[in-house]
Design a protein around this ligand. Structure first.
Ligand code: KG4
Ligand code: ZN
Length: 355
């Protein structure tokens, strides 16, 4: 009996092993549908931190060293043998090509050796599924229509999610992504890489009204973002006043910067819900870990009467559980499988949609 026939006999969701290597995390995970059986993430942050950002060549090299042990660990922690899987999945893009290829080629090799189908997953569709993941701490969620605010190091997008593969881009950033703005401002202030967590922590000690900073694209009806002006405004402030001379001054500047980012993100997300006629907001991607953003979204949800539940921190940053869950959903819905490496495919590209 084939693996697929076994699965339908037991009527459980597809059991998938996924590999994620699009940027600076080497990750592998095993899921059943959106339920996580194991999720292993090996970060390269320490390797890139000294260069102030991700060095693509180093990322590829370190993925090469880490990927097999990480896959082994994910299988061991899940207590699952390769033979007990229904499918394999891999992030096919967008991302750094050399980094992506490490995961893709291991996925292809495993598919060849096992005869299992290999599902290529769009990294941002993976992030969409991070909001649905369940584990011993919480049940998995079904995919319901919602608006997703995707905020990561490379993306800032508002997407209307009608269902699997039914994505409509409502707005995106015209320049820097939100995470990129955090990373650039942190560099400017000598806070190292990545910038998000350290600015987030400092912001908690500061006064968000201390420094007046611009809110770009303030017109509520426009669902586009721009963060490069905000970054420049922080630079101009530092040029004029010098680097913050005390921890309090630094915290005040971080709090003011964070308030400007968060205010725009939450206002636009609220407007997007209105325009799309949805009553559920998901915030996903690395920046979804931001404490100020989570709090502001919870407050907006109460004030405007929409559903919002923050994604667990362990699934905000890059991980393979979200990739595996997206693959499981694609398999269950009968989407075609196959891998096509890409660096800039939009989520609403026709190739993402149901057949
Ligand atoms: O999704 P992700 O792990 O990788 C990409 O696909 O880009 O996102 C990484 C980004 C980085 O720019 C990092 O500074 C940001 O997420 N980030 C945060 C926080 N934690 C990570 N930004 C704001 N606040 C945080 N707590
Ligand atoms: Zn990501």
């Amino acid at each position: 009996m084939s693996q697929r026939a076994d699965r339908s006999a037991s009527a459980r969701s597809p059991r998938v092993l996924a590999i994620e290597s699009s940027c600076d995390e080497t990750a592998a995970a095993v899921v059943e549908g959106s339920r996580v059986l194991s999720s292993v993430v090996r970060s390269q942050i320490e390797i890139h931190a000294r260069f102030g950002g991700v060095v693509p060549e180093l990322a590829s090299r370190h993925h090469l060293g880490a990927v097999v042990p990480v896959v082994d660990e994910a299988l061991a922690r899940a207590g699952v043998e390769l033979a007990a899987l229904d499918a394999l999945a891999v992030t096919e893009g967008p991302g750094l090509v050399g980094a992506l290829l490490v995961g893709v080629q291991l996925g292809r090799g495993l598919a060849l050796a096992t005869g299992l189908p290999l599902v290529g997953v769009h990294h941002m569709e993976g992030h969409l599924f991070s909001a649905l993941l369940g584990d011993e701490a919480r049940p998995a969620r079904p995919l319901e229509p919602h608006v997703a605010l995707l905020v990561s190091g490379g993306h800032t997008e508002l997407v209307d999610v009608a269902g699997l593969g039914r994505y409509r881009m409502l707005g995106a950033t015209r320049d820097d992504a939100a995470g990129e703005a955090y990373d650039k401002v942190a560099k400017l202030l000598g806070l190292g890489y990545p910038g998000g967590p350290v600015i987030d922590a400092l912001a908690a000690e500061g006064d968000p009204a201390a420094v007046s900073l611009p809110r770009a694209m303030a017109d509520r009806s426009v669902l586009e973002f721009s963060f490069s002006g905000l970054k420049t405004a922080v630079r101009v402030h530092v040029d004029r006043h010098g680097q913050p001379g005390s921890r309090q001054a630094l915290a005040d500047l971080c709090a003011s910067f964070q308030a400007a980012v968060v205010e725009v993100l939450v206002k636009k997300a609220t407007q997007a819900l209105r325009q799309a006629g949805r009553d559920r907001l998901h915030i996903v991607g690395g920046v979804a870990a931001n404490r100020g953003l989570r709090l502001a979204a919870e407050r907006a949800a109460q004030a405007h009467g929409f559903a919002f539940e923050a994604v667990p921190l362990r699934y905000c940053g890059d991980n393979a559980a979200m990739i595996a869950a997206a693959a499981a959903a694609r398999l269950e819905a009968g989407f075609p499988v196959g891998v096509e490496v890409h660096t800039s495919l939009a989520l609403d590209d026709p190739r993402m949609q149901a057949p």
